[in-house]
Each structure stands twice: as structure tokens, then as C-alpha cells.
Write a protein that binds this ligand. Structure first.
Ligand code: HEM
Ligand code: HEM
Length: 257
């Protein structure tokens, strides 16, 4: 019987030769590297979508007078806020436990390995932006992303505790103050995260990773060199998808920030 090919099989890491099109013209190659598995991506979105729903319904509640909401509308929004809260708490663990749990736990725990190099990466940002310092090579997540993830856990945890408290004791002033303050802290952090993930030309390549899992390898070599070096140095398991995209390759060349 043929041995089964192990999952971490020797997939080709790089495409050494450029593929040739039907007309015999060589195509530029965009090499991809897998960044996030399916479960990590689903956990992110199952956490994010209810979170954004909570933020929207919460903002409407906070601005209820300004928006002139009737008592009925407020009641309906409070009800919706509660239902979304349940989805927010329940969905991510279900997804985590029903998929590639170990790989995803590795991704979820990575931010808590915050090294001196991550701290240096963060502290040197202003000088690096002025071209006066070189950043230490970032791993899979850089210091800023690790900080974002840690803040997400702290702020999210605080919102969960204060929200549950408010649910059971609606008049609790401390819970209300904490809930509203954490919401106010989260808004600018989210704007920064959204800008970097979806808008900023130098970093928005990562958005692909949250939808299809892979990123352009040369982008990753530039932004996360220690991660790529680590993959090359191990027998690791990272399926590289090798694809030829003429236009994609051109875009990648022009957009690496
Ligand atoms: C387990 C999660 C959560 C629960 C159980 C919860 C519960 C609640 C409750 C009971 C209220 C008071 C509603 C009322 O006025 O009667 C409230 C208000 C609010 N929540 Fe949440 N919440 C949760 C998560 C969140 C999250 C993640 C956010 C933001 C991203 C958020 C933002 C807000 C805001 C802005 C208000 C309005 C505060 C005000 O009245 O000024 N909540 N929440
Ligand atoms: C529509 C809004 C959002 C988009 C487009 C988005 C996109 C992304 C992308 C592309 C990544 C991967 C970055 C990389 O590969 O380097 C990521 C990571 C992450 N996202 Fe989001 N995200 C959104 C909303 C949120 C929200 C609301 C939260 C939390 C409340 C959140 C928490 C995180 C965390 C903790 C990470 C890992 C650390 C980091 O890369 O900063 N995201 N997100």
C-alpha cells in the first residue's frame, strides 16, 4: 500500500522557475506563504463580527438621547445587544474547539510571548519612521500587533465582565462607567487596527491572510523577516502556495511599503 503523504509533506517552498504561459512567455511569479489556518481566520471573524455589532448597538445606547430614541427602540437595542453578547461569547470557543485547535491556540498565545526585541520594535517606531533607526526583525506578529492582541484581551475581558455585571445589576454605576470607558478606549485602537489591516498600502497585504490564509511571500520577508527565516530553518510544515499572477506580481512590487 502506498504510504499516506503526511500533512507536513515536502511541498515545494519556492517556485524556482517561472511558469510559461500558453504563448510561451514566462510569467512573473508571486510566491505565497500560509499565514493563518482556517480555524484562526474563523475565530477572528466570529469574534470580530459580534464585537462590531456590540459596538454599534452600544454606541446607539450611549447616544440614545442625542439620537432621540424612543423607549421602545432602546428596549429593542438593549435586547439585541444582549443577544449579540451571547453570540460573541459562545461562537469563538465553538469554532476553536471544532477546528485546528492546536494551531489556532499557537496563534492565540503568540502575542503573550512578548520579547525584548518586540519591545525594541515598538520603542523604535518613531525613529524608524524618520529613517533614523532600523527595526529589529519582526516575527510572525510584530511588537505592535502583539500589543494590539494583548489590549484586545484586556479590553474585551473588561467589557465582558462589566457588561455581564450591568446585565444583572442594571443600575450599577461602576459597571456602567467601566463599560463606557473601555468602549471609549477601544474605538481609537480599532481605528488604528482597521487602518493598518485594510487601508495602509504597506501593511494591507495581511488582509488576504484573514480571508484566504496566505500572503505574498516577499511582503512577508520584508515585514516579518524573523518569521520567514524561522520557517526556512525548520522542516516546517508550511504549505507554500505557488501561484503565478502577472498583475498581482506587479502590484506587490509597487506596494511593498
Ligand atoms: C458579554 C458582553 C456584553 C454584555 C453582557 C453587555 C451588556 C450591556 C448592558 C446590559 C448594557 C446596558 C444597556 C442599558 O442601557 O440598559 C450595555 C451597554 C453598553 N455596551 Fe455592552 N455588553 C457587552 C459587551 C460590549 C462590548 C464588546 C461593547 C463595545 C464594543 C459594548 C458597548 C456598550 C456600550 C457603549 C453601552 C452603552 C453604555 C451607556 O449606556 O452609555 N458592550 N452593555
Ligand atoms: C473589519 C474590521 C477588521 C479587519 C478588516 C481586521 C483585519 C485583520 C487582519 C488582516 C489581521 C491579520 C494581520 C496580520 O496578518 O498581520 C487581523 C489580526 C487581528 N485582529 Fe483584526 N480586523 C478587524 C477587526 C478586528 C476587531 C474588531 C478586533 C478586536 C476587537 C480585532 C482583533 C485582531 C487581533 C487581536 C489580531 C491579531 C493581532 C494583530 O494583527 O493586530 N480585529 N485583523
Amino acid at each position: 500500500m502506498m504510504p499516506l503523504t503526511p500533512r507536513k509533506a515536502k511541498l515545494p517552498r519556492l517556485l524556482d522557475s517561472e511558469p510559461t504561459s500558453a504563448e510561451g512567455v514566462p510569467s512573473p511569479v508571486v510566491r505565497r506563504v500560509e499565514r493563518f489556518g482556517k480555524t484562526t481566520r474563523w475565530v477572528h471573524w466570529c469574534f470580530v463580527l459580534p464585537f462590531l455589532g456590540l459596538a454599534a448597538t452600544g454606541a446607539a445606547l450611549a447616544l440614545r438621547e442625542m439620537l432621540g430614541l424612543s423607549e421602545r427602540s432602546v428596549d429593542a437595542i438593549v435586547f439585541l445587544h444582549g443577544q449579540i453578547a451571547v453570540a460573541w461569547v459562545v461562537l469563538p470557543p465553538i469554532v476553536l474547539l471544532s477546528g485546528q485547535t492546536r494551531e489556532t491556540l499557537d496563534d492565540l498565545l503568540a502575542p503573550w510571548h512578548f520579547s525584548r526585541s518586540d519591545l525594541r520594535w515598538l520603542l523604535l517606531q518613531p525613529l524608524a519612521a524618520l529613517g533614523r533607526a532600523e527595526l529589529p526583525p519582526a516575527g510572525k506578529l510584530n511588537g505592535g500587533q502583539k500589543l494590539n492582541a494583548i489590549l484586545t484581551v484586556l479590553v474585551g475581558g473588561g467589557l465582558l465582565v462589566s457588561g455581564t455585571w450591568l446585565w444583572f445589576v442594571p443600575a450599577a454605576l461602576a459597571a456602567w462607567g467601566l463599560h463606557l470607558t473601555l468602549f471609549a478606549v477601544w474605538v481609537p485602537a480599532f481605528c488604528g487596527h482597521f487602518y493598518l489591516a485594510a487601508l495602509n498600502p504597506g501593511t494591507r497585504h495581511a488582509l488576504r491572510a484573514m480571508f484566504v490564509g496566505t500572503v505574498d511571500r516577499s511582503w512577508a520577508e520584508h515585514h516579518h523577516p524573523a518569521w520567514i527565516a524561522g520557517l526556512e530553518g525548520s522542516d516546517a510544515p508550511v504549505p507554500l502556495q505557488l501561484r503565478a499572477h502577472r498583475a498581482g506580481a506587479r502590484d506587490a512590487e509597487t506596494e511593498h511599503g
